[in-house]
Ligand binder design. Structure first.
Ligand code: PLP
Length: 444
């Protein structure tokens, strides 16, 4: 029998079959219930099987699902573009639609390079990024990513882009204040630009809150304000990768809004369609669009499914649902509650070294020694064990493993749907506690 590669019996790994979902719950074909404590991959942000989205999907499919972006626009696409422009800060008014976060960051990379070409400065074509970052799995996106484990096998094929240290407050050098640490990390960008030469640098890319490679690592205040200053001073575009943090996940419309900083380009994915369809976007400023319009007049990017009416209608229904149910505000409120419950667990369980997060993007890091913060070797697979135990007990949590090759990233992310109630958070914490205690006991 031919099988999908999702099932990997030859690797000793099989998965249950999904049957249905409702709200924060998923059910497999055996009838087992799981709390979706991480929205899959920080994606299912409005919960499962929402009627309004299903209706919007059907209504659009009855009219037209696909029309190619070089032939037509559509009401759904234009309305979605207008809604995102309303949500986005500054003059980020132009959305280029794609189908995944990796496509969105790679499109941002291309638009940034093209922008400088159109300005007659073609040598500005390198992107600076950070270690302990993740911007996607395709080659361009991976070139910009500092996720050690995911890069390792492909390094010879990647662009040789410079990378700086990302702020990691829990593991900052001893004795330094958060304020000084923020500036120290941000100033690394200035050093890197000077070393490479600003005439070689097109853009700097960063996740407002580090996700898959760190586990919801929140930068100290002042960091992104200084990054913006440096980018302005050296004429380097700032790309905020909001694929994980966007659309209310952190308790604001976009993660970068916590620091009042306006990027030149922004990428969205995941929560933009909340898992109801593959959909993502690169949002760019008036200045960039005007420059390209006056130059070649064509953004040299795009995919077959870019801006298809079906995905646009679904994503629009998701954004309207977020607005109607005030899910951004709920994310802030429920996130504060979730984090307080995680902090209680950390007081009780020595295995938990740190808890952190903003809104409903929360992280938990496991350590061998809480006093010294000594990490486990990556080979011990502690976060993976917690994830497996939680799964067994009916709770899904997301891995943040291997971002700094064993130093950081023995972490998990909790990012349930923004609709989660206080009682549901209590239920989630109850299962998580059992899972962590079970792993702690096995380690002793
Ligand atoms: N950027 C960030 C910040 C992400 O977290 C991810 C995925 O986890 C991506 C980009 C890549 O998105 P996708 O997996 O949809 O290609």
């Amino acid at each position: 029998m031919t099988r999908s590669y999702v099932i990997k019996p030859e690797l000793g790994k099989t998965y249950p079959f999904i049957s249905r979902g409702k709200g924060i719950y998923l059910f497999d074909q055996e009838g087992k219930r799981y709390i979706d404590g991480c929205g899959g991959a920080v994606t299912a942000s409005i919960g499962h099987a929402v009627d309004e989205v299903a209706e919007a999907m059907y209504a659009q499919a009855k009219e037209v699902s696909f029309a190619y972006r070089s032939h037509f626009s559509s009401d759904a696409v234009e309305e979605l573009g207008a809604k995102l422009a309303e949500w986005a800060p500054g003059s980020l008014n132009w959305s280029f639609f794609v189908s995944s976060g990796s496509e969105a960051t790679e499109t941002a990379q291309k638009i940034a390079i093209q922008y400088w070409q159109e300005k007659g400065r073609p040598t500005k074509n390198r992107i600076i990024s950070r270690w302990m970052s993740y911007h996607g799995i395709t080659m361009g996106a991976l070139s910009m990513s500092g996720h050690v484990l995911r890069r390792k096998r492909f390094v010879p094929l990647l662009e040789d882009y410079p990378a700086i240290t990302g702020p990691y407050p829990y593991r900052r050098p001893e004795g330094i204040s958060l304020e000084d640490y923020a500036l120290q990390c941000a100033n690394e960008l200035e050093t890197a630009i000077k070393r490479v030469g600003s005439e070689q640098v097109a853009a700097f890319i960063a996740e407002p809150i580090i996700g898959a490679s760190g586990g919801a690592v929140v930068p100290p205040d002042g960091y992104f304000q200084r990054i913006r200053e440096i980018c302005d001073q050296y004429e380097v575009l700032f790309i905020a990768d909001e694929v994980m943090t966007g659309v209310g996940r952190t308790g604001k419309a976009f993660g970068i809004d916590h620091w009042g900083v306006v990027p030149d380009l922004m990428t969205l994915g995941k929560g933009m369609s909340a898992g109801y369809t593959p959909m993502a976007a690169t949002i760019v400023s008036d200045e960039i669009i005007e420059t390209i319009s006056k130059g070649s007049g064509l953004i040299m990017a795009g995919h077959t499914y870019s801006a298809n009416p079906q995905s646009a209608a679904v994503s629009l229904a998701v954004l309207k649902y977020v607005e109607k149910h005030q899910l951004i505000e709920k994310s802030a409120q429920q996130g504060a509650y979730l984090l307080s419950r995680m902090e209680q667990l950390a007081e009780e369980i020595p295995l938990i070294g740190d808890t952190r997060g903003l809104g409903l993007l929360c992280g938990m890091e496991f350590v061998k020694n809480k006093d010294t913060k000594e990490p486990f070797p990556l080979s011990a697979g502690v976060a993976s064990q917690v994830i497996a135990k939680a799964f067994e007990k009916g709770l899904l949590v997301y891995p943040a493993i291997g971002g700094l090759d064993g130093v950081a990233g023995d972490s998990i992310i909790l990012s349930p749907p923004l609709t989660i109630t206080t009682e549901e958070i209590d239920e989630l914490i109850h299962i998580l506690r059992d899972a962590i205690l079970a792993v702690q006991q096995e380690l002793q």
